[in-house]
Design a protein around this ligand. Structure first.
Ligand code: GDG
Length: 729
């Protein structure tokens, strides 16, 4: 395997001073990301680059080197401006939709840029063109481009662990274009959800004018993919701790102290994005409206200290503590306080015991890239018990469809869902928890690493072709002399999007006078056979082009009608529906993973409907399904169409490419061949054309065509130039 260079703001170790103060000790940091990436680090023999946290002594440096960890040296003040400054006072609040908390400070951005440069320099020192570099998170968004400039051939993956906001919010950032261009240095950009991927694509379109087609865009002669890869947790490690003897002891002790009270658990870093004040208000609302829970339920809230050097985090802490005091004062009684609040972090075993103890996990961030706590809770509940109450603003919500969703801003609604969770019977708890448990356990952090890496490497082997984009006069200059001298020429023209611009309604795209005139002129030239090869039905084509001396191919190569005839002939063999046997189980698998999705069986089609599925989950699964089907069915006589929350896989008697072959065999040999087209169905022709034929794609993007032009207007100009050339010959 290639060497993998991992890059994150912090190295995966914590350097601490030994008691005497002169020497240092090195401990592996905990956390899902480190556990997930550590095996990759070990296996690939690459290095891990990041800030060490503390200035390493020469001995520590040596130890870091032995572990293949490369520290990036940053002066303390610059690090503060980069980390607490731009990263956590501009990007963090903005990407979580807290615009009013943002501080945009040019000096801090300068520090951010400079630290990203330092990382790029460090990587460039060790990277070789065959290496894979995987950069993590919002602190290093400029890095991919900086690295691309230093080591042009290197393959770069980037993963964003926090949300990517809507383009409306993102465009507030003064340095928005620098950040976007920074990311475009990567070959693959990964985010947690399909929604973030869409947001990012929209920002590329709106702010840089770069279009993304099916998750892929073109930038500086390279292709960049944007994909959703939600992170998983380290299930084995978590379960080992949660079901250890130590955890058992905690659990027994906790149960003894709590008795038969229902336990609702919150575990959050003390960060304003986690929405602790609103969570407490919802709890207060529940106790106010249903007094019986004051003695029969309790909220255990673990608030983990975080970013204590930033002022707004202090205010958040004060507010939370005030509310806890207020609610306990109002609704507590001797020995029974309704909120047990802890401002500390606990061991893995204690946390595991809390997950096992909790009847309800109350996960209510106002925004969260994903939220690992929700998945961790689910992964400890193989007993099928426990209810997950989950904010719809957490990325994890799109995978955990069986949780009870809340809008954390809706205090009454949240209180009602908590009450529903506490009261839920075991049957329903199991029904909801089981599928989530299996999903979380199967898609653990190791699967995540595997998926991201295989997406990054798959791109490496795939040879993407992007035809050169030419002006119509330039192309005419090449083609005209050849057509002028041809004895038997073939011209195969796609219609919608190629000869004619798209219209809002499909039926409105009838040919203009200009198009009819061009076709009439071409059709009247001796020694040239002209075809319209379209996906449209026979009737429409017959109606629109009945009076023009060109031949017609309809329904993606199903029917042909020679110029001057009024009868259509069917092309290709009778339909072969064996593909259905392969496709059906795949659709069934995706329906199972996507609550609300269903399959419709038609005589010559299978349709996957996801209108009733969760919006983001449905879109994301559909995108994945499309690409699975496309890979699986390439070359099969089916067509995969994605419509309004449906995917249809439809029999095609023949495709446009086979229609081309039919004409080539029956009317050829041709000494000049040109075909035009704008979408995937036309690629079937381009792929089958002889080497010396001319294929012209309309619009940008990946294609097997030899050349590309910008628009249908360019194609019409090209055709007129060819007519002139032929007439003049
Ligand atoms: C970013 C994104 C995304 C918490 N308290 C204790 C403790 N924890 C552990 C939990 C969990 C982790 O910390 C927190 O999970 P988050 O999902 O909030 O992760 P972050 O690193 O804050 O954030 C987030 C994540 O990246 C991954 O891409 O999900 O949206 O913001 O693992 O268990 N662990 C222990 N004691 C505690 O007291 N041992």
């Amino acid at each position: 395997m290639s060497r993998v260079i991992l890059v994150s703001n912090r190295l995966p170790v914590t350097i601490s001073r030994s008691r005497g103060g002169s020497s240092q000790t090195l401990n592996m940091s905990s956390g899902g990301l480190v556990t997930g990436l550590a095996p990759l680090h070990a296996k690939s023999n690459g290095v891990w680059i990041g800030h060490p946290g503390e200035n390493p002594t020469p001995e520590t440096l040596n130890e870091l080197k032995n572990r293949r960890l490369v520290p990036v040296d940053v002066p303390a003040r610059e690090y503060r401006n980069y980390y607490e400054g731009f990263s956590n006072s501009a990007l963090w609040p903005l990407f979580h939709y807290f615009i009013e908390r943002c501080e945009f400070d040019t000096a801090q951005f300068e520090a951010y840029r400079s630290v990203n440069e330092r990382f790029a320099d460090e990587i460039a020192r060790v990277a070789e063109p065959d290496d894979l570099v995987w950069v993590h998170d919002y602190q290093l968004m400029l890095l991919p481009e900086m690295l691309r400039q230093r080591v042009p051939g290197v393959r770069i993956g980037f993963f964003l662990h926090i949300p990517f906001p809507s383009s409306e919010t993102f465009r507030v950032l003064p340095q928005r274009t620098q950040i976007l261009r920074g990311l475009l240095g990567a070959d693959l950009i990964g985010v947690h959800t399909y929604e973030y991927a869409e947001n990012l694509q929209r920002s590329f379109r709106r702010l840089l004018g770069i279009e993304t087609v099916r998750g892929e865009l073109r930038y500086s002669g390279r292709s960049v993919r944007i994909e959703a890869h939600p992170i998983g947790i380290d299930t084995d490690d978590l379960r080992e701790a949660a079901f250890s003897q130590k955890a058992d002891r905690y659990l027994v002790d906790l149960k003894r102290r709590i008795g038969d009270r229902q336990v609702v658990l919150g575990v959050d870093r003390l960060d304003y994005t986690k929405g602790l004040p609103l969570k407490l208000q919802a709890w207060r609302q529940l106790l106010a409206s249903s007094p019986r829970w004051r003695r029969r339920a309790m909220l255990i809230q673990l608030a983990v200290p975080s970013r204590e050097n930033i002022e707004s985090y202090h205010q958040q802490k004060d507010e939370v503590e005030r509310l806890v005091g207020e609610i306990n004062g109002l609704y507590g009684s001797p020995g029974r306080i309704p909120i047990h609040y802890m401002y500390q972090s606990v061991s893995k075993e204690e946390l595991g015991a809390l997950y096992r103890l909790a009847d309800v996990a109350f996960v209510s961030p106002l925004r969260d890239g994903l939220n690992l706590v929700a998945k961790e809770y689910v992964a400890t509940r193989d007993d099928g018990g426990g209810v997950l109450v989950l904010s719809e603003f957490a990325g994890a919500a799109s995978e955990l469809g069986e949780s009870l969703r809340i809008n954390p801003w809706d205090i009454e609604g949240t209180a009602a869902q908590i009450e529903r969770a506490i009261e839920m019977d075991f049957g329903e708890r199991q029904e909801r928890m089981r599928p989530m448990y299996h999903r979380v356990v199967q898609n653990d952090v190791h699967r995540w690493v595997e998926r991201f890496m295989s997406a990054l490497t798959a791109q490496e082997v795939e040879e993407l072709r992007f035809p050169p984009s030419l002006q119509s006069q330039v192309l005419a200059g090449t083609l005209a002399p050849q057509l002028a001298n041809a004895k038997n020429a073939l011209l195969m023209l796609d219609y919608d999007g190629s000869l004619r611009e798209f219209t809002e309604r499909y039926e409105d795209a009838m040919p203009t006078d200009e198009i009819l005139e061009i076709l009439t002129d071409f059709g009247s030239l001796d020694g040239i056979k002209t075809y319209i090869n379209s996906g449209r039905d026979r009737n429409t084509l017959g109606e629109w082009f009945g009076n023009v001396p060109v031949s017609l191919i309809a329904e993606h190569g199903s029917w042909i009608r020679e110029a001057g005839d009024s009868d259509w002939t069917r092309m290709g063999p009778p339909p072969d529906l064996r593909w259905k046997e392969i496709v059906r189980p795949v659709l069934a698998e995706y329906s199972e993973r996507t609550p609300g999705a269903r399959i419709e069986e038609k005589s010559s089609a299978l349709v996957w409907h996801y209108r009733e599925a969760d919006d983001a989950l449905g879109e994301w699964q559909a995108l994945e399904l499309m690409s699975v089907l496309e890979d699986m069915l390439s070359g099969s006589p089916v067509e995969i169409l994605s419509g309004a929350r449906v995917i249809e896989i439809r029999q095609q008697g023949v495709d446009k490419g086979r229609a081309f072959e039919f004409v080539n065999e029956s009317e050829g040999p041709f000494d000049f061949i040109m075909a035009t087209g704008d979408d995937r169905t036309d690629e079937d022709i381009f792929a089958r054309m002889p080497e010396d034929a001319y294929s012209v794609k309309i619009g940008g993007g990946q294609s097997n065509a030899r050349a590309a032009v910008g628009s249908p207007g360019s194609i019409r100009r090209l055709l007129r130039a060819l007519i002139e050339a032929r007439r003049g010959a």
